[in-house]
Design a protein around this ligand. Sequence first.
Ligand code: DP6
Length: 345
Amino acid sequence: KVYQASTTAPVNIAVVKYWGKRDAKLNLPTNSSVSVTLSQADLRTHTTAACSSSFTEDTLLLNSSSQDVSGPRTQACFRELRSLRAALEESNPSLPKLSTLPLRIVSENNFPTAAGLASSAAGFAALVRAIANLYELPSSPTDLSRIARQGSGSACRSLFGGYVAWQMGWKADGSDSVAVEIAPASHWPTMRALILVVSAEKKGVSSTSGMQITVGTSGLFQRRAEIVVPKHMAEMEKAILEKDFQAFGKVTMMESNSFHATCLDTFPPIFYLNDVSRAAIRVVEDINREAGKIIAAYTFDAGPNAVIYYEEKDTEAVAGVLNGALGNLDGWQSRNIKAQSTSAL
Ligand code: DP6
C-alpha cells in the first residue's frame, strides 16, 4: 500500500530582508523579515509526498531530477515531521505506522528554473506541508513554519499567503522563530509584482554562505540588525495594515538598498546588483518622480533580478514604462505577476 498527499506552496519575495544567522544549524536569523507572497497561478511548487513499505529509501525528485536528501536541512525536516507522526501513532495505536516508512517526494515548479528565482522557499514549504498532510498532523501553518525554516530560512514565510512576517525569536532552541500572517492577500488585493529577469544564471555567492561572511566581517551589518531592521519592521507592518503604498514602497526600496550596502561592506565584497539592475533602479526613480509620489518600488535578493511592486491602477505608468525603457535590453524578460496567493490554508 502507498499512502500519499499533495500540496502547493507559493514563492515569496521579502520587502524586509532576512540576511544573517545567529544559529546556522537551526537557521535562526539575526533579524525579523517581511514578505509578500506571489500568486500561485504564476509561481508555485507542487509537491506530492508518499510513503510505503515497498520503498527502499527516502527519495526526492525535483522537476524530474533526483536530489540528494542526505543534507542536514532536508534531514532536519524529515526528522521533525516523523517525530510528530510517531507521537500521534503512540497516542492512537490504531493509526498506520507511517513514521517508520521510507518517503518518496516528487516536486514540480510551474516556473522555469531559468527564471533565476530562488525556489528553495516554495520548495521547502511545499515539502513540509505535503509530508504534514500525508501524516495527518494537526499542525498550524505557524507550527509548520518552524520546521520549514530549518530547510531554508525564507521557506517559513511561504506557509502563508498574502503578507507575512518571520519573527526572529530569541530562544536558543528556535521555538519562537516562526512565521505569522500580517494580513491575507485579500486585505490588499490590488498589489502587483513585476519580475524583471536580468540574468537566469545561478547566483555567484549563495545566500547561505554570503550571509555568513557578512555576519563575520561587516560593520554595517550589526547596525542594520539592531537599529535599521527593527525600525523598518514597524513601518512595514503599519504600511501593510493601512494599505499605504507610499510608506510600503519607501521601506521596500530602503530595505533593498540597506541589504545590498551590507553586501558591499562584506569582506571580500559581495556584488549581487549589476549595471542592468542599477538601470532598473533609475527607471523606477524616474517613474516616481514623474508621478510626484511613490507608485513603484524595486527590491533585489541575492542576484541581479528586480522585483517591482506597484498597485494595479498604476500598471500602465509602471509596467508599461519599465517594459518600454528596459524591454529592448539584451536578456530582459518581464512577467507581470499578481502578488496574491490563491492558497487555501
Ligand atoms: C536575500 O532563505 O535562501 O532572499 O536560510 O540559508 O536557505 P537560507 O537562506 P535563504 O535566504 C534568503 C535571503 C534573501 C532575503 C529574504 O528572502 O528574506
